[in-house]
Design a protein around this ligand. Structure first.
Ligand SMILES: [Zn+2]
Length: 209
């Protein structure tokens, strides 16, 4: 079932989302410090506004944390002479970095997934490169793989893990124990790679000015 969403905004730039799937009021502060309050469809707007006001100190502390994280990332870029991260190295990219990352991602995942699919004795249909933010890769039931170009900013072991993860979905379209042992069979360091990706979302999302 699709979630029915309606959106609105509250003072302080807080996005207000009415969701038919939400059971309670929930605030999230994303990596770029955008704040969203998700509430059940029938929640009165006043109640949502009061909830946001009650949590203003918490919201500000989360925003400060994210700001600090972004400062650290900016410092990393400065320390590398404004070069760009690419599979664990820092390199100079001519012009805009996104087309560069997209082309490299396409080449990288095409080669990785061809080898992995062969090992799993499966075939995939297509590989597309996107700018996914909530997930960095996906695999459809029909074998269409997609990856975010942003994973090219990660170390090689994390990018290879992502390819292994999505290709293992060609065998198991779930996250069962069998799926994870399939991932492990081609990527021994899958746990640390998965952790790296989860802990470095801000780094992957960051686009230097
Ligand atoms: Zn998965």
């Amino acid at each position: 079932m699709r979630t029915k969403l309606a959106s609105d905004s509250l003072p302080g730039g807080i996005a207000l989302i009415f969701s038919s799937r939400a059971k309670r009021l929930k605030i999230t502060v994303d990596l770029m410090m955008e704040v969203t309050l998700t509430v059940p469809s029938r929640c009165p707007r006043e109640k949502a506004a009061a909830f946001a006001a009650e949590h203003s100190t918490w919201i500000e502390s989360r925003r400060e944390k994210q700001r600090e994280r972004l400062r650290q990332i900016e410092d990393q870029y400065k320390a590398h002479d404004k070069k760009s991260p690419f599979l664990g190295e820092w390199i100079a990219i001519e012009g805009a970095s996104e087309p560069f990352y997209r082309t490299r991602a396409k080449d990288f995942f095409t080669a990785e997934c061809a080898a992995l699919a062969k090992r799993f004795d499966r075939v995939f249909r297509t590989i597309s490169i996107r700018d996914q933010i909530s997930r960095y890769g996906s695999c459809s039931a029909k074998g269409a793989l997609s990856f975010s170009f942003r994973i090219m900013k990660a170390p090689l072991f994390a990018a290879r893990y992502l390819a292994a993860h999505e290709c293992a979905h060609l065998v198991h379209l779930n996250h069962s124990a069998a799926f994870w042992s399939c991932v492990e069979s081609v990527c021994a360091e899958y746990r640390s790679a998965d952790r790296w990706i989860r802990q470095n979302s801000a780094f992957l999302r960051f686009d230097p000015q």
